[in-house]
Design a protein around this ligand. Sequence first.
Ligand code: SER
Length: 343
Amino acid sequence: MRKEIVLVTGANGEVGHGLIPYLSEHGKVHIVAMDIHPLEESLKKYCYHFILGDILDTIMLGRLVFEYDIHTIYHLASILSTRAEYNPEAAHRVNVEGTLNLLRLAVEQSQWQKRPVKFLYPSSIAVYGLPSLETKAKAGRVSETEWLNPTTMYGCNKLYCEHLGRYHAVYYKQLVRNNDEPCCIDFRCVRYPGLISAVTLPAGGTSDYGPEMIHHAAQGTPYKCFVRKESRLPFMVMPDAIKALVKLAESPIDSLTRHIYNVTSFSLSAGDILGLVKDAFPKVEVDFEPDRPRQQIVDSWPADIDDTAACRDWNWKPDYDVSRSFSKYLIPGITQRYIAGAE
Ligand code: SER
C-alpha cells in the first residue's frame, strides 16, 4: 500500500512555517515537505518525509507519483514580487513552470487514484494593477474580477497560474476527454493580502515594509520604510492566513462557487502601522524614505479587497482584527522571538 500523504512545496517559506505545524497537529496527516533548501530544524518533527529538491526537476516529481498517494497538494513555493523583478525570467520559471509541473503531478495522481486531488494555491493582491492613486482611492474594496492588470512579473505569474489551475480543474484536455470522465483536479485558491508573521521575516516581497517595521521595532534597530506614510494595503496575520487555506481546503466542494477567493483581515497605511508599533515600542525609529519603483508597485495594489464570496461560501472570518493582531499575536510573538535570541 502506498502511503497517503499531503505534499507541501516551499516548506521553509513563511506560509510553510505556519501550515506544516498546523496540519500536523490538527489534520492527522502525513506530510511530505519539499524545499530547495534543507528543511529548517523546527519543522522536521512535523514531517513524515522531506525532499530536498527543485519544483523544476520533473524527474524528481515524476518519482513522487509512483511513491505516494498524494491526496492534497499545498503548492507554496514561489519567488515574491520584489525578488522577481531582479530576475523576471527565473521568476517565471519557478512561479509558472514550477506550478505547471505540480499541476501535472496532480493530474497524474488524480488519474492513478481515480479521484480528484486537491490543489491549494496561494495567490496574492499582486494580481491587481490599479492605474493611479486616484483610482486606488475610488476603487475601495476590490472584488476578484476587477482591475486585473498586474505590473509585476510575480503578479502576472500568479494571475496566470490562477487561470492554469481553473483550466486544469474544468477544461483540461477538453477535446480528448470523455464527457463522463470526472475532472482532474480540485483546484482551490486564496488571494492573500500582505502577510505578517511573528515567527518569520518575509523575503523578497513588496508588502514587506509592514512586517519589517514591526520586527525592527522589537529588535530596537532603526528602520527605513521604503514607501510613503500614506501608502495603504490590506494585511493579515499568519494564523489567519493558515486558517483561510485550511478552511478552504476542508470546505465541501458543492459550497464553492469559484476557484479563486479573496481573503483579508484589515487595511492599514504605513503610518497606521507605525502608530500601532509605537504603542508597544515607544522608542521605535522609523524614517519614511520612499523608493520610487517599489512605491509604484504598492500604489498599484488595492487598499482593500472584497472577500464577500469567501465569507458567503465557506464562512470565512478572520480571528484577528487589527487590535487583536497586534495585542495578542504580533507584539507578544515578536517580543518573545527576540528575547529568545533570534536574528
Ligand atoms: N507579499 C507579496 C509580495 O509583496 C504580495 O502578496 O510580493
